[in-house]
Design a protein around this ligand. Structure first.
Ligand SMILES: [Zn+2]
Length: 438
């Protein structure tokens, strides 16, 4: 599917923690997700406790403007939602330049661009504008600053929302095998790469997994979209029973700009998921970072204290247009979105189809008598390795570990070991959960 047209529908919306624009973006994602994912929107009540946080109110901006006392309008929110600091308090005041200036934000490095600022929790009010406009504002006049904003705490006014769907492997979900979580945040107003790009890349992975499902016995794959950090906290706090079932996570953002792929390790750093990511990227230029290095995101929640689901982040950071009006569809490339989806898809296919083979037989298996012998004329490398593979069914090595140890392609090893499973010589143990008791 072409992803940039989908991104262009999400991009212009006033998406913030909870807002009409965010709801609309969640609805558009629902339309694009495969029907088999059973995508649904969950709504939470503003003010409710979620671990050490609170569900934020819904934010409505009726209008906002900055005018000189001579009637010259210098900022109009209707032209660009980046013009106000997200979650600005309502204001209607006449101010001198000195009183106004602490409430104005611009970007020194990109003087033509409007930066995006937010202040969700230590609430104040502010306007964002280009440095060029800022420099030309008269200092000797008074200004009227107007922000007509509202914070809606009543859940009947829409509440706080996230969207999620789950794709099962061929044959349906298998109890105990668990799930892999793919997530992307959808909340930045009028930002294309951060993170409408990650959202559409995730949607593409979902469509591919619906079209070509994971093999029977694989993990299910859960797709999640919502506001950054607080959305993930709200979702996991409302679905705590899910945490021990989550075996891994892939957070996706900033996948559309023209840069090499980058990834952040899990908090475990050398987890199976890290090694699989390494394996998928082995022949590609890539940037590698530690867990929670800049830019840190929802993986800090997913892989954070008391949750601890190993979670990598996939992105194309850095890019200079970050958090400004220059992060727009002009910097987004279809082939970048698609190649990020290729990478995530391969990581997901390997991680979710991986299992730990546990022997049910005693003594070296009678391979030729059971059609498990590999003819060296057909597959020389596998012929050299089948004994080594068969010796590693003690319930300690996953298929990926075995492939790595014998130096063979994961899919070759998986196809071969699957024959043992079908003949009931091994049991497929699931990848263990890293979730702590609390
Ligand atoms: Zn951001």
């Amino acid at each position: 599917m072409q992803l940039k047209p989908l991104l262009e529908r999400i991009y212009p919306l006033h998406r913030t923690l909870a807002s009409d624009g965010l709801d609309e973006a969640l609805r558009i994602v629902g339309e694009a997700m495969p029907a088999s994912a059973g995508y649904a929107i969950e709504t939470y009540r503003p003010g409710d406790s979620i671990w050490t946080w609170r569900v934020p109110e819904r934010y409505v901006v009726h209008d906002a403007s900055l005018e000189t006392d001579r009637g010259q309008r210098v900022i109009n929110f209707a032209h660009n939602p980046l013009h106000i600091v997200s979650y600005s308090l309502p204001v209607d005041r006449t101010l001198t330049w000195d009183e106004l200036e602490p409430h104005l934000f611009y970007c020194e490095e990109r003087p033509w661009a409007i930066p995006w600022h937010f202040n969700y929790y230590q609430r104040d009010w502010g306007f964002c504008l280009s440095k060029e406009v800022f420099d030309n504002l008269p200092r000797d006049v008074r200004y009227r600053a107007v922000i007509r904003s509202e914070f809606l705490a009543d859940p009947n006014d829409g509440g706080f929302r996230v969207g999620a769907g789950v794709l099962h492997p061929e044959g349906g979900p298998v109890s105990g095998v668990g799930e892999l979580l793919i997530s992307a945040h959808i909340c930045h107003p009028m930002q294309a790469n951060d993170d409408a790009a990650g959202v559409v890349t995730a949607v593409e992975v979902a469509r591919r997994l619906a079209e070509n499902p994971l093999p029977p016995g694989s993990m299910s794959v859960r797709f999640w979209f919502g506001p950054e950090t607080i959305g993930t906290i709200a979702y996991l706090a409302h679905n705590e029973d899910l945490i021990p079932r989550l075996k891994g996570g892939v957070f996706i953002e900033m996948t559309g700009n023209n840069n090499t792929i980058a990834w952040h390790h899990t908090r475990q750093h050398t987890h199976l998921l890290d090694r699989i990511t390494h394996y998928v990227l082995r022949n590609m230029d890539h940037i590698e970072r530690n867990f929670a290095d800049f830019p840190p995101n929802d993986e800090r929640v997913i892989n954070g204290p008391g949750v601890n689901v190993p979670c990598i982040s996939i992105n194309r950071w850095p890019y200079d247009e970050y958090h400004t009006t220059d992060d727009n569809p002009g910097i987004i490339h279809e082939e970048m979105l698609q190649s990020a989806a290729d990478i995530v898809e391969e990581i997901v296919r390997i991680y979710a189809s991986n299992f730990i083979p546990k022997r049910k037989f005693r003594g070296p298996l009678f391979l030729s008598g059971n059609d498990l012998w590999v003819d060296w004329r057909e597959n020389f490398d596998l012929n050299r390795s089948y004994e080594k593979i068969m010796m590693r069914f003690e319930g300690q090595h996953s298929l990926f570990d075995i492939a790595e140890e014998v130096g063979l392609d994961y899919w070759v090893v998986r196809a071969y070991v699957e024959k043992y499973r079908v003949k009931d010589f091994i049991e497929a143990l699931p990848i263990p959960s890293e979730a702590p008791d609390f």
